[in-house]
Design a protein around this ligand. Structure first.
Ligand SMILES: [Zn+2]
Ligand SMILES: [Zn+2]
Length: 77
């Protein structure tokens, strides 16, 4: 067994007593579809990938789904 645990929120490997620093970060927004917190850039990390469509903020995983569901255009000749 490894002597560390995994942060349930960000997946970082931590020492047994270490508190993950992801909890110091405040999300700038939440994904409109999956409600995942989206963090801004800080000293350690680049910002999370985020997109805005129709005024909704979307994470990287949801942007394709949103576009597929809401932006599909039926082509007519
Ligand atoms: Zn964490
Ligand atoms: Zn999402």
């Amino acid at each position: 067994m490894p002597y560390y645990h995994i942060c349930p929120d960000c997946g970082a490997a931590l020492d047994p007593d270490e508190k993950c620093n992801c909890h110091d970060r405040r999300p700038a927004a939440y994904c409109f579809m999956c409600a995942m917190p989206l963090y801004p850039e800080d000293a350690l990390y680049d910002q999370d990938p985020a997109y805005e469509i129709d005024g909704h903020v979307l994470c990287e995983d949801c942007v394709d789904k949103y576009v597929e569901k809401n932006c599909r255009k039926t082509l007519r000749r």
